[in-house]
Design a protein around this ligand. Sequence first.
Ligand SMILES: Cc1cc2nc3c(=O)[nH]c(=O)nc-3n(C[C@H](O)[C@H](O)[C@H](O)COP(=O)(O)OP(=O)(O)OC[C@H]3O[C@@H](n4cnc5c(N)ncnc54)[C@H](O)[C@@H]3O)c2cc1C
Ligand SMILES: *[C@@H]1O[C@H](CO)[C@@H](O)[C@H](O)[C@H]1NC(C)=O
Ligand SMILES: *[C@@H]1O[C@H](CO)[C@@H](O)[C@H](O)[C@H]1NC(C)=O
Ligand SMILES: *[C@@H]1O[C@H](CO)[C@@H](O)[C@H](O)[C@H]1NC(C)=O
Ligand SMILES: *[C@@H]1O[C@H](CO)[C@@H](O)[C@H](O)[C@H]1NC(C)=O
Ligand SMILES: *[C@@H]1O[C@H](CO)[C@@H](O)[C@H](O)[C@H]1NC(C)=O
Length: 546
Amino acid sequence: MGLTSSLRFHRRNNKTFLRIFMILVLSCIPGRTNLCSNPSLNTLSSLDSLDLEGYITFHDVHNASKDFGNRYHLPPLAILHPKSVSDISTVMRHIVRSTSNLTVAARGHGHSLQGQALAHQGVVINMESLRSHDIKIYKGKQPYVDVSGGELWINILRETLKYGLSPKSWTDYLHLTVGGTLSNAGISGQAFKHGPQINNVYQLEIVTGKGEVVTCSEKRNSELFQSVLGGLGQFGIITRARISLGPAPLMVKWIRALYSDFSAFSRDQEHLISKENAFDYVEGFVIINRTDILNNWRSSFTPNDSTEANQFKSDGKTLYCLEVVKYFNSKEANSMNQETEKVLSELSYIPSTLFSSEVPYIEFLDRVHIAEIKLRAKGLWEVPHPWLNLLIPKSSISDFATKVFNSIVTSNHNGPILIYPVNQSKWNKHTSLITPNEDIFYLVAFLPSAIPKPSGANDLEYLLRQNQRVLSFCAEANLDVKQYLPLYETQKEWRSHFGNRWETFAKRKYKYDPLAILAPGQRVFQRVSSQASVPLVTASARQLRE
Ligand SMILES: Cc1cc2nc3c(=O)[nH]c(=O)nc-3n(C[C@H](O)[C@H](O)[C@H](O)COP(=O)(O)OP(=O)(O)OC[C@H]3O[C@@H](n4cnc5c(N)ncnc54)[C@H](O)[C@@H]3O)c2cc1C
Ligand SMILES: *[C@@H]1O[C@H](CO)[C@@H](O)[C@H](O)[C@H]1NC(C)=O
Ligand SMILES: *[C@@H]1O[C@H](CO)[C@@H](O)[C@H](O)[C@H]1NC(C)=O
Ligand SMILES: *[C@@H]1O[C@H](CO)[C@@H](O)[C@H](O)[C@H]1NC(C)=O
Ligand SMILES: *[C@@H]1O[C@H](CO)[C@@H](O)[C@H](O)[C@H]1NC(C)=O
Ligand SMILES: *[C@@H]1O[C@H](CO)[C@@H](O)[C@H](O)[C@H]1NC(C)=O
């Protein structure tokens, strides 16, 4: 069954299911629980009688049935709107002790791509309800901020800026939650310098899959700390996080320059990330068969010479755009300009394709949101997003680029393709994040939107097939590529993703979430019945044999 047809299948079934469910729930109000023969529904209705500061709702589940990817539509049975950590712990303990098979998904901002934050017929925890805007900033030698796991990065930025401070490592888009990005990695143009967001956390408060509330850090309960970072939500729910801060600049100089030769482009990118003080942000993107080449939906860059910039067309050729940023404060503008001119003079972009712009720091960091507002106005935001994010070792990037950007992907008019290297030699190697086995690797992100056509059709199937061709090429050419924001359907694929770290991952899962209640949408482990004496790892092994 193709993905779209399976989608349609889900949609149709959901409606029927919802109707049946509403009837069951109505007969499951507390006091009449004897009417319920299904233990999951029993447990669910008894959730309603728990003493919570927040509340549980059984309707209005529509928003929690989908995500930014807009391809999966899987409604939960209930949504918890927690007001405290103990609400989350109470609900988790209740489910652990019950005979139900209910699963639980923490939902950050729901910006996953393939249903990772959904809990089909389970309980979704709306993490944004937890935040009480108690963003606490500690100045000092090593400043940090304490925030709720459901806090949006944009709010943290706004608050820390009041103190002249800022987190150091970002994602390209800030309307994502702390818990959501720390469950993956949080990678952007600052990662070459500061590591991903998971390397910039001092402490976490976690509710484990057993319902225990645990504070952890490098020193305290360090195994849980490392497991949760990049842990795909498998070990516990991040309820609070302590994030490292640094001084915030007021302005950024934002620079783009074009290349027609991939090896010159990647050589320059690698050169720039080897120099800690050249730039504060290094990214890049690929332009295939496009006319409006300096811009894409993700960011509105206004070049200093737009007439000149508009002259460029890619004319069927593939071009590469380097994107770098230098932070500065107005009084240092002169020396900053001299320094950047010097670094730029060492690069081999096409002469006359160097463009720049100066914008406030917050405007640069929040650039994708500006694009979001425009797209929303045109109804082009809530469309399917068949994105593919790959981490490709330096030794393979040239083979990858030659094949993929010249013969597999023949146009990127559906959305941007980002490409930039990072050096992971100083990254924490003990988190759950899986990366290629080389110091330097590239993040390559295909970020298309499947925009509906007037005919009712869209490019979704085509884009999914294209992703598959890219993945097949990587497998056949034996490139040691890892998916970022990974999603696999079988445990065999998950094992291969984790490689020799699979046993550790599974062992930790058994320790912190033995019934595999958490983050079912990642599809790594299968829920173990509370009654069953089969341990989780055996259950997985059984699944593997099937
Ligand atoms: C427009 C856009 C741009 C993006 N840009 C980048 C980028 O530049 N770099 C990058 O690294 N990523 C990027 N991403 C990916 C993004 O980081 C992930 O999709 C992230 O999971 C989204 O955060 P969220 O808060 O919406 O999480 P959700 O989608 O709500 O959740 C993601 C997963 O984490 C779990 N989870 C959520 N909250 C918690 C919690 N508090 N504790 C434990 N588990 C939890 C969920 O159960 C789910 O499994 C981008 C995504 C979008 C849509
Ligand atoms: C669902 O999302 C829409 C659009 O973002 C919002 O207007 C609405 O209030 C949400 N509904 C619930 C029940 O949260
Ligand atoms: C839970 O799952 C187990 C194994 O699949 C099954 O035997 C049991 O009936 C299920 N329990 C409920 C309450 O659905
Ligand atoms: C990566 O970083 C390490 C540690 O800083 C450094 O020794 C190494 O030279 C870097 N590699 C490259 C290719 O820049
Ligand atoms: C635009 O900015 C770049 C980089 O700072 C500079 O080299 C170039 O001369 C500028 N072009 C114009 C027309 O000002
Ligand atoms: C370039 O894009 C146009 C539409 O934007 C398409 O018709 C054409 O086939 C593409 N060219 C190649 C070589 O893919």
